[in-house]
Design a protein around this ligand. Structure first.
Ligand SMILES: [Zn+2]
Ligand SMILES: [Zn+2]
Ligand SMILES: [Zn+2]
Ligand SMILES: [Zn+2]
Ligand SMILES: [Zn+2]
Ligand SMILES: [Zn+2]
Length: 195
């Protein structure tokens, strides 16, 4: 995506313009992830409207697909959504169980909310640095495996039965999603994406 203007669903009334290396106030934050936009390619609103002057959107956040379909966990498409208008209400991600308050991928039918980064976790880690077999993503730990020791080798904490984790079936080995250190490129993930 190299176009310098964009229409985005988070700001439907005006089109946005891409600015590289522009100077912003230190507290200027992206409207999707609420992180600082300093020194990052960022879209701003092209309107002169006062209310729009605090609207910023990271280029990387603007490129997140509006809707994705994952393979299992939830049969429904997941849509990129804000949790609430005021960003003080945190919620727990249904994949990794860490808290968040920014835009997330959501199934409103199931009340299923997951982090943007968790939405793109790959189904397999072929060669993890910390284990000698490939690891498979599982969405919960099956009953038959719940009596096995499930301490994550990275953080030494227990791996919860109802959150997503990576698993080696040869060794009955579990790793937290957050500890698995997978780096995912958006476009390399084999899911359906709708922009
Ligand atoms: Zn952002
Ligand atoms: Zn605007
Ligand atoms: Zn998560
Ligand atoms: Zn659903
Ligand atoms: Zn861990
Ligand atoms: Zn193994």
């Amino acid at each position: 995506m190299s176009c310098s203007t964009l229409d985005h669903f988070s700001h439907p009334d005006h089109s946005l313009r891409l600015k590289d290396n522009f100077v912003v106030r230190a507290d200027a934050t992206c409207s999707v992830c609420y992180k600082s936009v300093a020194a990052t390619p960022t879209y701003t609103c092209s309107s002169s409207n006062i209310a729009c002057q605090k609207y910023y959107l990271h280029k990387s956040c603007a490129e997140l697909p509006k809707q994705i379909i994952r393979d299992k966990q939830d049969e429904h498409p997941l849509t990129l959504q804000p949790r609430s208008k005021n960003c003080t209400s945190f919620f727990r991600c249904d994949a990794c169980w860490e808290e968040t308050n920014d835009y997330s991928y959501v199934c409103l039918t199931c009340d299923f909310w997951i982090h943007k980064k968790c939405a793109f976790t790959p189904p397999i880690i072929p060669a993890p640095a910390y284990h000698h077999h490939p690891l498979t993503l599982i969405f919960c730990i099956p009953d038959m495996l719940r009596y096995f020791s499930r301490y994550c080798p990275i953080c030494k904490e227990r791996v919860q039965a109802f959150c997503w984790s990576y698993y080696c079936h040869k060794c009955t080995f579990f790793v937290h999603l957050k500890c698995s250190t997978t780096t995912v490129s958006l476009m390399s993930v084999p899911y359906c994406l709708y922009f």
